[in-house]
Ligand binder design. Structure first.
Ligand SMILES: [Fe+2]
Length: 246
């Protein structure tokens, strides 16, 4: 389980910098608590999935929807760099996006391998039309990451990485229930570690941009909007999948 403490662990994939002041650190920790308890992550559908998994036909739909949620995210993350001339931000964004892209094969490619192993054919993957709520999530993230103010975009990215660390742990738990072995869950276990580091990469560079009440407010607004989009995504998946009989 991903808890608040994991982010300040000495062995985190990206360690927290001790250059961040106690005040900013405490404020960001509070934001992490809000993210980890938001219904966009603590969603009944996702929690139920972590506890019980799903029958195979429903599980396939969940993972097809998930592909449409995240497949273009590295492009959107890079768009944040156009909102600033702060090289530290550019460095953190490039680092996170580069991880998602991999040396030769992106995480989206690895995810396709995971779908094929789950028995979903390439034809089904390419013909699949996602739910409007999933498209709204994807489009909403694109808009959040490419529109000023910078603080709002970075708040959304901070929510994205922080939330994702805990969300992938729930997917992984559901897949264990569905009987997948460790090798077939590698995509998910890898992300459980990496996303904590990605959240810390943002934690480490954000302080100079969180100096005024307006800046703090914009950052919080980005978090809230991102988590709202996630909540709508899960509501959509919940209604859709529970409508179908086993
Ligand atoms: Fe990430």
């Amino acid at each position: 389980m991903i808890t608040q403490d994991i982010f300040s662990d000495e062995n985190a994939y990206v360690k927290r910098s001790n250059q961040v002041s106690a005040t900013t650190g405490a404020w960001l920790n509070e934001k992490i608590s809000e993210i980890l308890t938001h219904r966009g992550l603590e969603h009944p559908f996702l929690n139920q999935y972590a506890k019980l998994g799903l029958p195979e036909s429903k599980s396939r739909l969940l993972y097809l929807e998930t592909l449409h949620y995240f497949k273009h995210l590295p492009f959107y993350v890079c768009a944040i760099s156009t909102l600033t001339r702060d090289e530290n931000i550019l460095r953190a964004i490039c680092f996170n996006a580069r991880d998602e892209l991999g040396e030769n094969r992106s995480h989206a490619d690895l995810y396709l391998d995971f779908l094929f192993k789950k028995g979903i054919s390439p034809d089904v993957v390419s013909a699949y039309q996602c739910l409007p709520s999933t498209k709204a999530l994807n489009d909403g993230i694109c808009a959040l990451y490419s529109t000023p103010p910078l603080q709002k975009a970075l708040g959304a990215l901070f929510a994205d990485e922080t939330m994702s660390a805990a969300m992938v742990a729930k997917y992984n738990a559901g897949l264990i229930k569905e009987g997948l072995n460790e090798a077939d869950r590698r995509f998910w276990t890898l992300h459980m570690e990496v996303e904590v580091g990605h959240s810390n990469a943002i934690f480490n560079i954000i302080q100079p941009h969180l100096q005024t009440p307006e800046e703090l407010n914009d950052f919080s607004e980005g978090i809230d909007q991102y988590m709202h989009l996630m909540e709508m995504f899960w509501n959509g998946v919940d209604t859709f999948i529970n409508k179908i009989r086993n």
